[in-house]
Design a protein around this ligand. Structure first.
Ligand code: G
Ligand code: G
Ligand code: MN
Length: 543
């Protein structure tokens, strides 16, 4: 007569279940999906009632918890695990660390740490073969009590795992207060289309665990796709039906003899200037600093040419003029808006920052899109710095500055300057002003540069003749031309071979008069003669 027992039947048969080993452990392997090796196992409580058959923990565990029986059950299971490990050690079989679940009620009114330690010693099992799983829900005992228990477990050398991470609402907060060694998260809690909410949470947790340097095990992995996805986001430690259902002791023992094992290793080291744990907590000082003091900034990981945005602050959104949320930016394709050239510039800067370990800057143009305003091109100066590394993965901190306005102004300037230069170079024009009453000449900047003239030339044209700009053989012709300008000729022009090279130029004057008709200034110019027929006429005609 197989059926689930009701509450009273559970309570009534509990003592017998302990004595008769109707309560026992099944073992579910934990595997490194990259290597296929076993890294550990979890002991899961099972109850096989002689009369009613298999009972499921989701039914009987809440009953045991409610009736203050869970402590004895958990201690019983811990002892069963020690017995099993001892048996394997004595038989010289391979041994892998086994995780044991701790109920949130085990730390209220019990000396859990003291009691399990007595059992472990009695069975003489090295502490490295035992791990304790606690859940966020243990916080009902108070964070302080949890910290005390974790510290107690650590003092004896137990590895502590945070079970069902991400199921509670305050996961991020709890992590900063609790010094756990391994994080376990359940794929079943995080279901959803890849790239959807579940994907985002998974991804964030995996990244976070990495930057904390905490190994992470995903449970409830049923398909190869899920396992591959987890591996792709950097988490290879997997527990679930894909590799194995929870196994009876004998089957598990067979499995550990057949399959190779390896130790769990922490993922990375974080550059220790920022408190990574607090960084993820939205209420932490680090977040406060991130949002308020550092200016517009983003944090992303870069792995084998893939870029993944982890966090951006409020100023970042404002700086980039985006009417998006942090979450929207994080989930969007980070290269959206970059063309090939700008993407290359950005990636080159990242690689430089990785190679140098120093700050590297780059300027890139991107197109941003908004529903209401359409597309806009912006130029961003990014200052990049690697702040953490894990194998081939880099954590990069980017400060951003929107320099679009600056850039546009510069471009307009550069463009007009360029046009001017282009035009004057094309025309080979030199220009100057001649003030008739004082005989001062004020050259244009090209004259100053090319002919080495001062800003004001007194007693013109004598210095120009002395300097050889007007060579001796044309000196008198030019003096004659200037006399005509002085006397008020409205326009005059002639071709002169200029400088020692005797390069033919058209020299022209146009005179400006005051209201009484007296000559004030003459605007002089010299234009390169490009037509060879005019070259022959050089120096001899004054029209
Ligand atoms: O395999 P599964 O159906 O075994 O487990 C259901 C739930 O029961 C899980 O949340 C798991 O954490 C919990 N659980 C499994 N074994 C134990 C145990 O030995 N002690 C406690 N307290 N909970 C357990
Ligand atoms: O202690 P914890 O809540 O982590 O227990 C793990 C639970 O997940 C147990 O109930 C176990 O039987 C169950 N489980 C293990 N592997 C899988 C799996 O691949 N899929 C699903 N849906 N459940 C699993
Ligand atoms: Mn568990």
């Amino acid at each position: 007569m197989e059926r689930q027992m009701d509450e009273q039947e559970i309570i009534d048969s509990f003592d017998k279940a302990i004595q008769g080993n109707h309560l026992f452990a099944c073992y579910q392997p934990q595997v490194n999906h990259t290597t296929g090796r076993m890294v550990g196992a979890e002991a899961l409580m099972r109850w096989k009632n002689p009369e009613y058959g298999m009972q499921y923990p989701t039914t009987f565990i809440p009953v045991l918890e409610k009736n203050n029986l869970i402590y004895r059950a958990d201690i019983h299971l811990f002892e069963a695990v020690c017995k099993f490990q001892k048996k394997c050690i004595d038989a010289k079989l391979p041994v892998v660390p086994i995780s044991v679940n701790m109920s949130r009620y085990d730390i209220v009114g019990h000396d859990y740490v003291g009691d399990i330690e007595k059992i472990r010693k009695a069975y003489d099992v090295p502490v490295k073969y035992l791990r304790i799983e606690i859940t966020e829900s243990s916080a009902i005992a108070g964070i302080q009590r949890m910290q005390e228990v974790i510290a107690g477990l650590h003092s004896f050398g137990y590895i502590v795992e945070m079970d069902d991470f991400g199921s509670g609402y305050s996961s991020l907060n709890i992590l900063k207060d609790l010094d756990v060694d391994i994080i376990k998260l359940d794929m079943q809690f995080l279901q959803g289309e890849v790239g959807g909410r579940g994907g985002i949470i998974l991804n964030t947790i995996v990244q976070m665990a990495k930057w904390l340097g905490t190994p992470l095990i995903v449970e409830g992995v049923e398909t190869m796709e899920q396992a591959d996805y987890m591996k792709s986001i950097g988490c290879s430690y997997i527990q679930g039906y894909l590799y194995s259902k929870p196994l009876l002791e004998d089957a598990f023992q067979e499995k550990i003899c057949k399959i190779e094992h390896e130790p769990l290793t922490p993922a990375l080291k974080l550059i220790d200037t920022i408190n990574a744990g607090a960084f993820w907590n939205p209420e932490s000082m680090e977040t406060l600093i991130f949002n308020n003091l550092v200016g517009a900034a983003a944090l992303f990981t870069y792995t084998d040419d893939t870029l993944e945005v982890l966090r951006i602050n409020k100023k970042y959104l404002r700086e980039i003029c985006m009417n998006h949320t942090e979450q929207e930016v994080i989930t969007a394709d980070p290269w959206r808006g970059f063309d090939e050239t700008n993407r290359k510039i950005y990636e080159d800067a990242i690689r430089k920052a990785i190679a140098s370990g120093e700050e590297e800057s780059c300027e890139t143009w991107r197109t941003i899109h908004s529903q209401c305003c359409g597309d806009d091109n912006i130029c961003i100066r990014s200052t990049l710095r690697v702040i953490g590394t894990a194998e081939n993965q880099y954590l990069v901190y980017a400060m951003v500055q929107n320099i679009t306005a600056e850039k546009r102004a510069y471009m307009v300037m550069a463009e007009s300057e360029q046009k001017f230069r282009f035009a004057s170079e094309q025309a080979n024009v030199y220009a100057w002003e001649y003030i008739i009453s004082t005989r001062q000449m004020r050259p244009c900047y090209r004259c100053m540069r090319d002919l080495n003239l001062p800003p004001v030339v007194e007693n013109y044209p004598e210095p120009a003749i002395e300097m050889g700009i007007f060579p001796p053989e044309v000196a008198d012709d030019y003096r004659e031309m200037m006399r005509k300008v002085d006397s008020g000729i409205p326009q005059i022009e002639a071709v002169f071979p200029l400088t020692a090279c005797r390069v033919p130029f058209h020299v022209r004057y146009t005179t400006e008069f005051d209201e009484n008709g007296r000559p004030l200034k003459a605007f002089g110019s010299a234009t390169l003669v490009v037509d060879p027929s005019q070259k022959e006429a050089a120096g001899d005609t004054i029209k």
